[in-house]
Design a protein around this ligand. Structure first.
Ligand SMILES: CC(C)(COP(=O)(O)OP(=O)(O)OC[C@H]1O[C@@H](n2cnc3c(N)ncnc32)[C@H](O)[C@@H]1OP(=O)(O)O)[C@@H](O)C(=O)NCCC(=O)NCCS
Length: 142
C-alpha cells in the first residue's frame, strides 16, 4: 500500500472514491476540477491518498488555518474497510499538520456516520457535545 500526496492526475479517481464512499461531492463548487486544481497550489491543504496496486483505496484532505488542523473528506473504498486504512490516513493527516506547526486536530462528523465516529473515538478525538455547524454559501452547491 503506497501513501502519497495526490495531484491533478488523481482527480477522477478521487471524485470516484468520494462518491463510492458516499461522501457529498460538489462538482460545480469546491470539488470542481478548477477548484481542486487551485486548492492543490495552497500551502495549508494536503490531499493524501493510499494506493493498492495503483487503485486509490482511500483518501483524506488535511487543512489548517494556522491555529487548528482539520481532517476532511476521509474516505476508504468499501472493499478496503476495516483493514486500518482510515486510521493510517488520519495519522498521515496528523503528521502533515504537525509538520506545519499545528498542535490541535479536529474533524466534523455527520450524525449517523457511526464508522467515522468510532474511528475518531479510537484515535483519541474527544466529542464536543452541543457544538452546532453554521455555514453561509455564496451560491448553492459551493
Ligand atoms: C469511516 C471510514 C473512513 C473508516 O475507514 P476504515 O479504513 O474502515 O477504518 P479502519 O479500518 O482504519 O478502522 C479503525 C478503527 O475505527 C473503528 N471503526 C472503523 N469502522 C468501524 C465500523 N464500521 N464500526 C465500528 N467501528 C469502526 C474501529 O475502532 C477500528 O479499529 P478496529 O478495526 O481495530 O476495530 C470508512 O468507513 C468510510 O470511508 N466511510 C464512509 C465515508 C465516511 O463516513 N467518511 C467520514 C467522513 S467524516
Amino acid at each position: 500500500m503506497e501513501l502519497r500526496r495526490l495531484g491533478m492526475a488523481d482527480y477522477d479517481a478521487l471524485v470516484e472514491l468520494w462518491a463510492e464512499a458516499g461522501l457529498p461531492v460538489k462538482p460545480h463548487g469546491r470539488d470542481a476540477l478548477g477548484a481542486i486544481s487551485h486548492q492543490l497550489t495552497l500551502p495549508n491543504i494536503a490531499f493524501l491518498g493510499l494506493f493498492d496496486g495503483g487503485v486509490l483505496a482511500g483518501a483524506a484532505v488535511a487543512t489548517h488555518d494556522g491555529r487548528k488542523g482539520w481532517v476532511n473528506h476521509l474516505a476508504v473504498r468499501t472493499s478496503h474497510r476495516r483493514q486500518g486504512l482510515g486510521r493510517r490516513l488520519v495519522h498521515a493527516c496528523e503528521q502533515w499538520l504537525e509538520a506545519q506547526g499545528i498542535r490541535i486536530f479536529a474533524s466534523l462528523v455527520e450524525a449517523g456516520s457511526d464508522a467515522s465516529r468510532a474511528l475518531f473515538d479510537a484515535m483519541g478525538y474527544v466529542l464536543f457535545e452541543g457544538v452546532t455547524y453554521h455555514t453561509k454559501r455564496l451560491e448553492p452547491g459551493a
